[in-house]
Design a binder for this molecule. Structure first.
Ligand code: ZN
Length: 162
């Protein structure tokens, strides 16, 4: 549990947590070939003890190795959550259960990071997709086909007039 808070240490003062969490510790299965997790998660958090729980707030940063869904170019997506906040109740129904006085923050971080994943990663919002040369040919031939049908439609109209 590298991203864990020791509740005993919290009794005296707030805890500042700063560091990197290896991607495998996050244990995110993207189930998606266009997004890969290779870089560690960088975190800079402060944990505060409240009467009935813990308040965690700070910054999360994760660089994702993505592939553009339009042009297939690999690029890095910077997933940054500035001002991340999470309240962990220590009492009640959905309370967190400390193990040896420690609370693992990883599941909460994982959950919110997943929500920020790009749905359709693009190398650039203006990405025009694959170069025209590779998709141009089929488009041209379909245009010719359309012109052909237009002509035959006129032919049919002329027949009707006669
Ligand atoms: Zn692209």
């Amino acid at each position: 549990m590298p991203l864990a808070v020791n509740l005993r240490h919290l009794e005296a003062h707030n805890i500042r947590m700063e560091g990197k969490l290896p991607a495998r510790e996050l244990d995110i299965d993207t189930l998606d070939t266009v997004i890969q997790l290779a870089q560690p998660l960088e975190y800079d958090l402060e944990v505060q003890k409240l009467e009935d729980g813990l308040l965690v707030h700070g910054r999360l940063l994760l660089n994702l190795d993505c592939q553009c869904v339009r042009c297939l170019k690999p690029f890095q997506y910077r997933l940054e959550i500035d001002g991340w906040a999470c309240h962990l109740p220590l009492q009640g129904e959905d309370c967190v259960v400390p193990v040896n006085d420690c609370v693992d923050l990883t599941p909460y971080v994982r959950e919110d990071i997943l929500l920020e994943f790009p749905r359709h990663p693009l190398c650039d919002p203006e990405c025009r997709g694959l170069p025209v040369a590779s998709v141009g040919k089929p488009r041209n031939s379909s245009n010719i086909g359309k012109t052909g049908t237009d002509k035959s439609a006129w032919v049919e109209l002329n027949k009707l007039k006669l």
